[in-house]
Every structure is written in structure tokens, then in C-alpha cells.
Design a protein around this ligand. Sequence first.
Ligand code: C5P
Length: 314
Amino acid sequence: MQSYSLFAPAKINLHLEIIGHRPDGYHELVMIMQSVNLGDVIHLRANGKDEIRLFCQNPEVPLNNTNLAYKAAHLMQQQFPKLAQNFGGFDIVIEKNIPVAAGLAGGSTNAAAVLVGINLMWSLGLTQPELRDLGALLGSDVPFCISGGTAIATGRGEQIEPLPDLSDIWVILAKYSNLSVSTPWAYNSYREQFNHLYISDSQGINQRTHQVHSGDLVKAISQRNSEQIGALLYNDLEKVVLPEFTTVKALIDAFNAENVLGSMMSGSGPTVFALCDNQNQAEAIANKVQKTINDSNLHCWVAQMCTHGIIKQS
Ligand code: C5P
């Protein structure tokens, strides 16, 4: 049986809006998601044993059944018990390049890669929508990570509709290695402070979703108008995370003081991204901000928006 290597891109949110409660305890969201070509590589092979084994060079990554990549492999074994019995478990090597617990869907994209990889390895022929449905059982961001590119995500974040591709915009990603934000904490804090603004009826939720669909950011994306895209970045979770993490706010301000198209926190943070029109400019601004802030915990990466989710490496 073959082994597979898959490239698993990180994501950023160009728009993250919390519109209401959901009966399942999650939040009703409208997000515009974007893949970037900073990614992990997942090597998957059948180990002929009755176990799933994880390997990763980064000690921050758990190598047990709490890891979403493990859960993805286990889910496939449960869904296809005969194949699991015939072919046994998997060795999954995670080459970690995406910062961990960063708001970049690092764990979700690893899980997405495992689903796509096992689909190939076992010749299951599952379609992207079928893989996304399985991904939704693992986490809200997994379905987007499977297909990637530029997309609008609604519901819990698991309902994906593609938008016109963006690929010529460059992205600086910046994160303090000594900071992490708990996603449940961010959403719970938002609920505590802002639930009086939640839309509670399904008609109102649909209406707001449609407004984003036909709104200015989607228009700017269709026109590939990078200046407008930079000006229209939006993330509700900044309202609760930035007051608590003032260095993250200062980082956004530092990027905005430069000639970037726009800067914002990704997901529940604490990663900050800044958009630029070209690679040279992105690298120069990343260096300058790193020098100005002069904190050895601050790490920057320069990446490019990309048009795909999980892809097989040749
Ligand atoms: O779906 P996932 O496990 O990635 O979500 C992580 C956490 O983010 C959830 O436990 C919940 O606190 C919060 N969340 C939410 N509403 C969503 C997605 C995530 O409240 N739509």
C-alpha cells in the first residue's frame, strides 16, 4: 500500500462575524476564509498494526488521541471498519510549520489532510462535499481546510461556498511564541459581553448572511481589489481578545503604521496578519516591524494567498 504526503495550508479570516447563538451551543457565524501557502506537510502510511501513531518534531503538538489528526484517522476507521480491519492503522508524520494554537487552523488542516490522505490510500472515492461532511464531525474549520482557496463559511463555519480565487496578495503572519489564546475562552467572552446584540430568529440570521454574501468585501474579492479587501477586514473576536492582549493590539497598530493594505487578528488569535501587494514589500515590512518591536518572542512569516486546500505532494 502506498504512502502519501499532503500539503496542508493554514487559513486566515478576512471576515469573522458572530451573528447569534445556535441550539448546539456553538455560534452562528459568517466568515470569509482564505488559504495561505504557509503549511504543514503530512506523511501518511499504513503501519499494518492495530494503532494510529503520530510523530512531530514540534513538542507543542500532542501525539495522542487529543490531536485532531489522530481523531480524523480514527473517524475513518470507524466509518470504514472492514478496510480498517484489512489494512490496520497509520503512521502520521506531521512536519509542523504552522504556529500552534494561533488562530490559523493548524490542527484542523492536519485533520483535513488525514481525511484526504486516507480517501486516497483506501481508494474510497469520497467527493469533496462528502469529505467536508466528515470533517464537520471533527471541528468547524476542517471542512474549509479540505477545499481551501477563498470561501464564505456559514453556520458553525462548516458550510462552505467558494468565492473567486485570490492568489496575488501577500500575507505577513506575526505571532508571539509566548502567547496563546483559547478559542472557547474567546467565544465565551464574546457571548458574555455581546449576546444582547445576537440575532435570534432564523430569518434574521439568513438576512445577515445574505448581506455579507452581497456585501462590499465579496465584491472587492470578485474584483480582486486588494486595497478594498485590506480596508474591509473585520473580526468580531478582536473586541474581546485585543483588550486582554495589548501586545497583539500594538502589533496590529505597528503594521497599520506601515504601508500595508490592512492588518487584523486571524480567528481567535493571537496571530496577526497584514496584507501586501508584493513579496518584497511584505518582507521589508516584516523585518522593519520585527526590528521596531524588538522582542525575541515575536516571529514573522511571509506567505501568499493560495487557491487550494489539501493537495497531494508529488
Ligand atoms: O469547532 P471547534 O472545535 O474548532 O471549535 C472550538 C471552539 O470554538 C468551540 O468549543 C466553541 O467554544 C467555539 N466555537 C463557537 N462557535 C463556532 C465555532 C467555534 O462557539 N461556530
